[in-house]
Design a protein around this ligand. Structure first.
Ligand code: SF4
Ligand code: SF4
Length: 242
């Protein structure tokens, strides 16, 4: 395993002032355990301060550094140089923004517009339910709890939406559907009917082609396609089903 690599990043740039898009090549010497966010920062510090990209926690928990590397949506903070060279079998990487919302500049896309799909499913408790009269707490079956915890690991990085072949404007997209299913599973939520109408409506689960691309790219290893398949099978029409 080499300790350093000669890396080429072919980055899709966008200049909103002149509405100009182009591919810019950057050549870097990179240590094997640098992450792609480190490479972006290195470009800013050493070559080009005008190059724009997005990140926040840089620990795989906030979902703001999502980009496409050689066509695969992923988190730039989680991809090490040596893993990238090995996985893609090349030191040359095409870097593009996710196309889930309009690009603001270079690798930065409009998160407000991306979140509109999530907003449509109302990812919060609409109408709080009281615990059962004979109990002072909400109850949930172990199986549902397992699914609930699994689904709530989503960080809304939009990698799944970017990979989804059905993710055009008439489809809610995998992470929005997941956000909806979380609240259907949530025993604190009384308002299930409104949610099911959206989930099973014309923009919902039946637009999914079952390609499983969402599960393949999810950095939190959530089997999103499995949740969608359960929904298609009617699982969430009756949340008491095991
Ligand atoms: S389901 Fe996975 S890929 Fe999709 S937004 Fe959530 S964390 Fe990202
Ligand atoms: S399984 Fe469905 S939701 Fe997931 S990527 Fe494929 S079409 Fe999209």
């Amino acid at each position: 395993m080499a300790s350093h690599y000669h890396i080429t990043l072919k980055i899709r740039r966008y200049d909103p002032e002149n509405r100009r898009s182009w591919i810019q090549n950057y050549h870097l010497e990179a240590g094997r355990i640098l992450r792609f966010v480190d490479l972006f920062r290195k470009i800013n510090n050493e070559q080009d301060p005008t190059f724009s990209w997005n990140s926040s926690c840089e620990h795989g928990q906030c979902g703001t550094c999502s980009v496409k590397i050689n066509g695969k949506p992923l988190l730039a903070c989680e991809l090490l140089v040596e893993n990238a060279v090995q996985y893609f079998n090349t030191p040359v990487f095409n870097v593009e923004p996710l196309e889930v919302a309009p690009v603001v500049r270079d690798l930065v896309f409009d998160l407000t517009k991306a979140y509109k799909r999530i907003d449509q499913v109302k990812p919060y408790v609409i109408s709080p339910a009281n615990p059962p009269s004979d109990q002072d707490e909400y109850s949930i079956s172990p199986n549902e709890m397992k699914q609930y915890i699994n689904a709530t690991r989503c960080i809304n990085c939009f990698c799944c939406s970017s990979a989804c072949i059905s993710s055009h404007r008439n489809f809610l997209g995998p992470n929005a559907m997941l956000a909806s299913m979380i609240r259907v599973l949530d025993p604190r939520e009384k308002e299930k009917a409104q949610r099911l109408k959206i989930l099973y409506g014309h923009r919902g689960v039946y637009r999914c082609h079952s390609s499983r691309a969402c599960s393949f790219v999810c950095p939190k290893e959530i089997d999103v396609a499995h949740f969608v398949a359960l929904a298609k099978a009617g699982r969430f029409n009756d949340p008491n089903n095991e």
